[in-house]
Write a protein that binds this ligand. Sequence first.
Ligand code: ARG
Length: 575
Amino acid sequence: MREFATFEERLSAWTTEAMVKVFGLNDSDVNLGVTPTNNDKFGDYQCNAAMVLSKQLKTAPRQIAQEFVDAAELPDFVEKIDIAGPGFINFFLSNTALAEYIQSLENDPHLGAEQVGEGKKVIIDYSSPNVAKSMHIGHIRSTVIGNAIDRLYRFLGYDVIADNHLGDWGTQFGLMLVGYREFVNEEALAAAPVEELERIYVASYNKSKEDDSWRDHAKAELVKLQQGDAENRALWEKFIELSIGEFDTIYKRLDVKFDLYRGESFYNERLPKIIQALEEKDLVKESDGALIVDLEEDGMPICIVRKSDGGYNYATTDLATVESRIEEFDPDRIIYVTDERQQLHFKQFFTIAKKLEMEANLVHVWFGLMRLPEATFSTREGNVIKLAAMLDEAESRALEMVKSSSPDMPEEQQKDLATAIGIGAIKYTDLSQNPKSLVTFTWEKALNMQGNSGPYMQYAYARISSVYDKWQALFPGMKLTDCSINIEHEIERKLAIKLSRFPAAVHSAAENYSPNIMADYLYDLAQIYSSFYQNVPFLKAEEGVRESRIRLCKFTAETLRQGLNLLGIETRERI
Ligand code: ARG
């Protein structure tokens, strides 16, 4: 057994081994492990092996369970074992073992989570906005959800490559090139580059609708760019640089870091080769001058891989990207995070990748859109909500809150706190709900200090931390590690059980690509803590009991801090 193994791991291993022994099984190819219970009436963990083995042993499940309970020698961390219902075996952990486990976790930076990712590589393709365009709400969610998945996988020991697959190639650059030369306002470009580039594009696009020669001119410039013309290339690079510069200020505010910024253009040279490979495998056919892959047998519409004008499509680029990623990184998995509208695109190119025998485990993590009711923002220009404006507003609303709740706090600190609260509120709103659901964003919900919100969680953390600080101030010179945790009270036990299940929450959130599982866990933990705090004395308890409770409390704070960090949410010791 590894160090810091969870009770679930230990019990699962033990029951499997004991079942094999008691019933003389050859070896077990069925899962005889345990699962956590939700109701402590049924113990802490439950095993349904009796039902699983019933057919094989030709015995009623209850009788199997009874024989097992009579014969097996309990491991020392189990207090008692009993049978329920049709033949469930329930395990009750011993309080001493539980306390010892929590104490041991204080020395584990991963709080008990097994490093299942060691030696495994995953590429996570997220955020991926388009150059010269403002990030839209879909990119915000991709950034926040993608980053939480990134953090969860790193925490589990995976070698993660966060790749920002920028949309930096396509026919729009012809219009951008001619538009820029005609319409650019240098001052506006310096002040708000992406906004100005967007304005240039719209102006150029509109002109192309009325003026054929303008459109032809744009096409000619695009061809020059594609052929490597130095001047056009330099200008195109400038568009990219300006866009990344602006995106980076947002990533910095969101505390999001990428290992790679590989735009679509990076894969250009591979595109003809992809077509060639498709042709060799007889997977393409011509249709009105375009090349298509027929996916009817796979229950999907056709996928165009080369347009009639010779240009390549989004799917072709993504196929080339997979090929390149396999060659360079040999990843165990590639995870893509985008909004739901791209589901068909991913299904199509995943299917084609398989037909091309690209050896990659490809996963599309999609999320529903975020709805922003009218009047959510005080400043709203046009129809796009600019992410920067959303973050500004979150921070200024948070600052109001901080100023009214802590008027005497130094201004610097108020601002720092408002940043953590504002950004945390937006992230938590996004991450606390099932990614696949439609999220309706309101400030009332995002900033609600009483409900399941970012600020509520941050406040819970600060409150818990302050208990430890108070204890330290009252009993200077005492060391918590000199006193051991003792679990006596029912609510103490409940808290300890919850703390011991942090690893399961991390694994489940990562495996299911659902950061909301982590958010739910943390919210439950905060609530259990809160009833612990309300129901038993802390600082007023007798010596020993007092230290035991403070120690549990300190570990709860650490678990909350770590869990929120996995969601990309910062904590502060004081609120
Ligand atoms: N640039 C695309 C968009 O803005 C998202 C790219 C997602 N990643 C990918 N490999 N297709 O919609």
